[in-house]
Design a protein around this ligand. Structure first.
Ligand SMILES: Cc1cc2nc3c(=O)[nH]c(=O)nc-3n(C[C@H](O)[C@H](O)[C@H](O)COP(=O)(O)OP(=O)(O)OC[C@H]3O[C@@H](n4cnc5c(N)ncnc54)[C@H](O)[C@@H]3O)c2cc1C
Length: 381
């Protein structure tokens, strides 16, 4: 019995997404990995084909789709084995802030471009001295007449180079309680005082532009504040469940893909005696053990997807799923590289890139230690 009830429309959408991505996106991935950036035209292609921001209402150009459409695009994008075209971050993490908390004017101004891919978005929370502990953020936002003046530095911001619109978290210096002082602001590319810093050179996520951002007396219109003054933390917390669930969905889909590659390789590849690698008991059992863990992950995750889609509060289970699936992905890539043998460490094999990219997932969207801390608190530990 399937936990998730995909309709015929969902299935047709997945088929269309798989074919489109295989034809229009995957053939370019090697170039983007080498260039360490993904071109903006790729975003527009995804937008034109209707694969960005599927949850946004038709009123603003979106599909008005349920959460399963987001899941489908996220899972199909994993099949490209690259992270540069970070549609999941844009569609299901950043844009939902505008969709949920934006004024009608903000929605009319930005959402159609987010859907079409004309506007690439980023979310800037992390600072050089504030990662897990966002309460330590020091970027400031001060009202000056009808303007807000932003000052501070952000780092490790995904889409940091390509973004046209950045949601920036900054605090009012006059309010000492960090949970009441942070607000979110919409900052457009080209605003005087907003500069990009280094494009960070990482062990993985090569095609993704992770960058530093600097704000120096950056004056934005006061109407570019998102939500109520001082409600930044509340807004961030309310969206974390979906951000972490999307990360788990990506990790789970990657595990399934990696097992598929490895199973096929072990079935097709023979040793000198002509015996397929899959017929050695050690390899066979390794594949079965991984398949079991993947099935456990899928069952847990699909239940969470259904609960999240129904609007349920599943923060604790989502934290567990984010930790467990991203950890599983790390273990799996290491084991599968061994099963591939020498080819497993060649760049021509998809595993080295998957290994590097998946390694990063236990760190962002809240580190796995923070995930365990959340679960521990709810277990009364
Ligand atoms: C590829 C990539 C993309 C990113 N994209 C974005 C983005 O778009 N926007 C954005 O704002 N940020 C982004 N980040 C930043 C990311 O959210 C932070 O890296 C993350 O929050 C962890 O912060 P930190 O790296 O400063 O680690 P730290 O907080 O310094 O943690 C270091 C270590 O200490 C542990 N630790 C810290 N505090 C605790 C605690 N209370 N309990 C237990 N253990 C703890 C951590 O688990 C970790 O192991 C990105 C990071 C990466 C790697």
């Amino acid at each position: 019995m399937e936990i998730l009830k995909y309709t015929e429309d969902h299935k047709a959408f997945r088929k269309r997404a798989r074919e489109f991505i295989a034809k229009e996106i995957t053939p370019h991935v090697e170039d983007w990995e080498e260039a360490h950036i993904t071109p903006k035209w790729a975003w527009k292609k995804m937008g034109e084909a209707g694969f960005l921001c599927t949850a946004v209402s038709e009123k603003y150009g979106g599909l008005g789709g349920d959460f399963l459409y987001s899941v489908i695009v996220a899972e199909e994008m994993i099949r490209t084995n690259h992270t540069g075209l970070a549609t999941m971050l844009h569609s299901d993490v950043v844009v939902p802030y505008i969709d949920s908390f934006g004024t009608e004017d903000q929605k009319k101004k930005y959402l159609p471009g987010c859907v079409s891919g004309e506007i690439i978005t980023a979310l800037a929370m992390t600072e050089p001295d504030a990662g897990s502990d966002l309460a330590g953020m020091t970027a400031t936002a001060e009202q000056d007449g009808d303007k807000i003046v932003l000052n501070g530095a952000k780092t490790f911001i995904s889409n940091g180079i390509n973004s046209h619109l950045v949601i920036v978290a900054a605090r009012a210096p006059s309010v000492s309680n960090p949970y009441e002082s942070v607000s979110l602001f919409l900052v457009e590319d080209g605003t005087p005082g907003f500069k990009r810093g280094r494009h960070l050179d990482k062990m993985g996520f090569h095609s993704q532009d992770t960058a530093e951002l600097f704000f120096t007396n950056c004056r934005i219109p006061a109407e570019n504040r998102l939500g109520e003054m001082g409600s930044g933390f509340k807004m961030l917390m309310s969206k974390l469940q979906q951000e972490r669930l999307m990360t788990a969905i990506g990790a789970q889909a990657a595990c399934e893909l990696i097992l598929e590659w490895t199973r096929d390789f072990c079935v097709k590849t023979t040793d000198a005696s002509g015996k397929p690698l899959s017929k050695y008991q050690a390899n066979m059992f390794a594949l079965v053990e991984m398949a079991c863990e993947i099935k456990l992950g899928r069952t847990f995750l699909d239940k969470l997807i259904a609960e999240h889609a129904a609007g349920e509060f599943v923060v604790v289970e989502t934290s567990m799923a984010k930790y467990w699936t991203t950890d599983l992905a790390k273990r799996l890539t290491v084991r599968c590289i061994d099963l591939f043998g020498e080819y497993g460490i060649m760049e021509a094999c998809p595993l080295p890139r998957a290994f590097r990219d998946l390694r990063v997932m236990s760190i962002f969207a809240g580190t796995n230690e923070i995930m365990k801390g959340i679960a521990a608190k709810f277990m009364g530990l």
